[in-house]
Each structure stands twice: as C-alpha cells, then as structure tokens.
Design a protein around this ligand. Sequence first.
Ligand code: AMP
Length: 194
Amino acid sequence: MLNIVLFGPPGAGKGTQSQKLIEKYQLVHLSTGDILRSQIAEGTELGLEAKKLMDQGLLVPDEVVIGMIRSKIDANSNSAGFIFDGFPRTAGQAEALDKLLAEKNTAITMMLALEVEDDELIMRILKRGKESGREDDQNETIIMNRIKEYNKKTAPLKDYYSAQNKFYAVEGIGSIDEIFNVLCSVIEEHGINA
Ligand code: AMP
C-alpha cells in the first residue's frame, strides 16, 4: 500500500493536493476535518461536541479522531492506500495510526510536508472562508489559534517521521500543478517502490 501523511499548517494546500493525488494514485482520501464537518452537518452528538472546539480553533480530543480513522481504515482495507489529510495532528494520534496500520500489515510510507509562511496562510484561509462560508476560515483570531495549535502540537510530528526516515518537505508556494508535480516526483523517487 501507498500510505501518505500530507502534512502542513491550515491553508497549506493539503485538501487541494489530496484531490489530485488520490486521482493519480487511486488512493482513499481521509480528512478528519471533512469527516468532522459532515458530522456537524448531520447534527450528530459527536459533531455538536466537536463544533464547540472547532469554533475556537482548538483540536478535538485524540480518541474522537482516532475512532473515526479506525472505522475508515477498516471500511477501505482493500484500497491501494490512503492519504491522511489533517491527521495525525498530535504525537498520540501518530502512535495510534502506526498501530492501526500495523494491525493491517501495512505502515505509513512517507510524510509529505507542504511549507508555507504564516502571512500567506492567513491570506489564503480568509479567501477560502469568503468563497466557502466555512466559519473557522472567516475570523482572524480563530485562524491564529489554529496556527498556534499547529505549531505547538502538530509541528513536532516532523521529528516523529524524520526518526523513521519518512519525512519529506516540499515548498507549498507556486501554482497548484507545480506543487503537485514536485509531490509526485518525491512519491515516485521514495515511495512507490520503497
Ligand atoms: P481542518 O479541516 O483539517 O483544518 O480541520 C478543522 C478543525 O477540525 C481543526 O481546527 C480541529 O478543530 C478539527 N480537527 C481536524 N482534524 C483533527 C485532528 N486530527 N485532531 C484534532 N482535531 C482535528
């Protein structure tokens, strides 16, 4: 299996690049943010609880997102692989993911990190908020909280995957296709026949 963690702060382009990567490599896209937003839209209890935290730009508890990922992995165990987008976001989530994949006799192939400066991120997220109506993309204080949560809890995962020789950084500035081509060349050099 080709199992990719697409990593980077909010607004780095993970969702956009995931869409292109799943098409090219026939992977299943698992975005915990998308799953949580669909739970909110359905009005489930989990969604309502998660919304309180998401509205403040804070992470939802590890056990909630790990449970969601576990059921999606179980439901798609015959796929060619997964793109994890917005997950894992903490050390606890990364350890749980390694265990879940080991139970399926597979593992993370690589972490691909999209690197973008904070000023550019804020500009992109505000633009996305205007276009989509997504609430946590429209308020600069919430956006700053999300970037702070990322720097405090998620950025350290770079070391977790570096220690396994699985970390690759890519500049997240340029056209969508330029960035996509760089991601594909890293996957083809280090991932597909690894
Ligand atoms: P995203 O769409 O990935 O930017 O996620 C939107 C919000 O959903 C985040 O600000 C968090 O509140 C929550 N969220 C998404 N994925 C996770 C995760 N892996 N762990 C904790 N919270 C998450």
